[in-house]
Design a protein around this ligand. Sequence first.
Ligand code: NAI
Length: 246
Amino acid sequence: MRLNDKVAIVTGGANGIGRKTVHRFAAEGAKVVIADFNEEEGQKVVQEVLDQSGTALYVKVDVANHESTQNMVQTTLNRFGKIDILINNAGITSDGLLTKLTEESWQKVINVNLTGVFNCTKAVIPSMLENGSGRIINTSSVSGVYGNFGQTNYAAAKAGVLGMTRTWAKELGGKGITVNAVAPGFCDTSMTQQVPEKVIQKIIQQIPLKRLGKPEDIANAYLYLASDEASYVNGTVLHVDGGIVM
Ligand code: NAI
């Protein structure tokens, strides 16, 4: 059990990569909080974990809302008494080429993918500082590393996540808290199911491993960074993308 008795919050834990992560962490002994605004799916994930004798709690949260993230932390502390791991995984897209991208789409993606990471981390930090330990794992993207057609807002937010990761790694490392990022490549989830099949096939041709990522590929990277094995890893970006970025 690599996460025995650890308390982990997984934002966006109701679907896709986050959902796989919840299962992976629970199987490794963690008490997992599914922090997501999709209540129906979130409650289903709790039941799935309970059915496998794990421990899980659903908390409804909008990561873009500061107060809501404060409530997420309070609810977690009331139930489990501490927070060891925060996986900042919730994310959305609202694509459009720069010439067509609306201010609304820009703001929506920045609010969730960038401000959301700030809000959740700011909310958990006081309790991690009190414990003198913690793991923050942020989710960037291949788009935040090398840009992507139609993703001005998303690439900006995901590049910003890398800036926050490195800054917090410096600010918090001396307090026993490590901060790292995972940069997933194109993965088979509802996020990419919106992309036309022709485009997906073109992307696959550019990936040295010739396949999309699976949610478990990213969950495994989160698990490594959350585990004791990564205790000397801080401020790094783990690229899990089949080699599309080198
Ligand atoms: P998904 O769409 O399958 O799941 C995202 C989850 O986040 C959903 O459960 C949704 O309800 C939740 N969520 C969205 N906005 C929220 C908010 N404001 N507050 C709380 N919860 C919210 O997405 P997927 O593919 O699992 O993505 C997970 C992370 O990985 C995201 O940060 C995404 O940007 C990143 N990523 C995904 C890639 C892919 O190809 N699927 C590639 C690179 C990065």
